[in-house]
Design a protein around this ligand. Structure first.
Ligand code: TRP
Length: 366
């Protein structure tokens, strides 16, 4: 999947193939369970609020979340504001970023009547779980995390900040405070999920040996190609090559027109040899459900012109409901932050209850 922020999206950590395969197998089994009986599944996932999202985020993860929500999986979405300051000093225009993220959520179809959307900073009991959780992991375990290492390198800093080193533990608190057992994530997040599982297991061993208290959550991996921008490099807002989710029909057409192809006229699907053309075919496939190889065969001598015409139409059509929901969310009478206030209230109730249980299990409930 696509990491949800530009910084994370640019990071490709080394994940061992065996742990990736194991997570993939578990995820396949979970997809089957979701289809047959989603009861008892609680999904927790989220994003760093660093600004508006693009179609790479949408096809990589958001669409999947909405699918899970529609299938009846209980949905919790965290706006991870404390994670913004893991690899940068300042929060920037955090109010604006949070509003943009919330508007994108509503546009893609996350339904605040069914899903709980909340922020780190508004849920004190969630943050307090980090203290006992930190006691369950060691410095070498923290330092070994390949995603954290890759993010440190990408941030270009020589010294690791304390929050950067420990944010995977904080992320465990995000997931465990609500007893989330399903985390739809990209490959870059697997090390964090592994840490969450370790923390749950150790907490249970240490403080709840009779009746395990925290679930060991599963990752849900979705097979999605990396979406490229107009210049053929990974789509990222900061590179200026992205098709934003808020794009109008005209902006969508312009983006497709600008997208790089190659000198060969005949269209073929060759992700290795012709990555730019393959990216456009992948996007067409994501929007229409058609197999990209078959689409390539169909278009063939029609060339890049036909491919681009079809892609523009498909994207405009596919993103139409998003534009409609965005317009509805922009109703001047509605404040998008209201959604967050309601979500924060629900998250606080649950976090308070979990912290009370944790204190009881640890014997610190005086
Ligand atoms: N680290 C995730 C990202 O950068 C965002 C995130 C924060 C998250 N807390 C989470 C994802 C809990 C899943 C579960 O994309």
């Amino acid at each position: 999947m696509v990491g949800m922020t530009d910084t994370v999206a640019d990071v490709t950590p080394e994940i061992s193939p065996s742990s990736y395969d194991a997570a993939q197998r578990r995820s396949d089994a979970i997809w089957r369970k979701i289809e047959s009986d989603p009861s008892g599944l609680r999904m927790l996932t989220g994003d760093r609020p660093t600004g508006a999202l693009h179609i790479g985020h949408y096809f990589g993860s958001l669409r999947n979340r909405v699918r899970l929500q529609q299938a009846g999986v209980e949905t919790w979405v965290i706006v991870a504001d404390y994670q913004v300051i893991t690899d940068r000093e300042i929060l920037g225009d955090i109010q604006g970023s949070v509003r943009e993220l919330l508007t994108d959520y509503l546009a893609v179809g996350i339904d605040p009547e069914r899903a709980t959307i909340f922020t780190h900073s508004a849920v004190p009991a969630l943050n307090q779980l980090m203290l006992p959780f930190l006691s369950l992991v060691t410095q070498p375990e923290l330092e070994r995390n390949p995603t954290v290492k890759a993010e440190l390198a990408a941030a270009g800093k020589s010294a690791m900040g304390g929050l950067m080193l420990t944010y995977p533990v904080h992320q465990a608190a995000d997931i465990l405070f609500c007893h989330g057992n399903l985390v739809p994530v990209g490959q870059d997040q697997l090390p964090h999920l592994e840490m969450t599982r370790v923390i749950a297991r150790r907490f249970n061993q240490r403080y709840a040996p009779e009746a395990p208290y925290f679930p060991e959550p599963d990752a849900l991996l979705a097979p999605t190609p990396t979406v490229l921008g107009t210049d053929g490099t990974k789509m990222s807002k900061s590179r200026g090559n992205a098709l934003m989710l808020s794009a109008t029909e005209d902006e969508t057409a312009r983006w497709v027109r600008r997208a790089k192809t190659d000198a060969e006229r005949h269209i073929t699907y060759d992700p290795q040899g012709r990555p730019e053309v393959a990216n456009l075919l992948d996007l067409l496939a994501l929007a229409t459900g058609e197999d990209p190889t078959l689409a390539a065969e169909r278009i063939g001598d029609g060339g890049a012109g036909t491919l681009k015409r079809e892609l523009t139409e498909a994207l405009v059509e596919h993103l139409r409901p998003l534009r409609e929901r965005r317009a509805a969310a922009a109703n001047p009478g509605d404040d998008v932050l209201e959604v967050l206030r309601r979500g924060n209230e629900r998250a606080n109730e649950l976090a308070d209850a979990t912290l009370a249980d944790v204190r009881r299990l640890m014997g610190t409930d005086y």
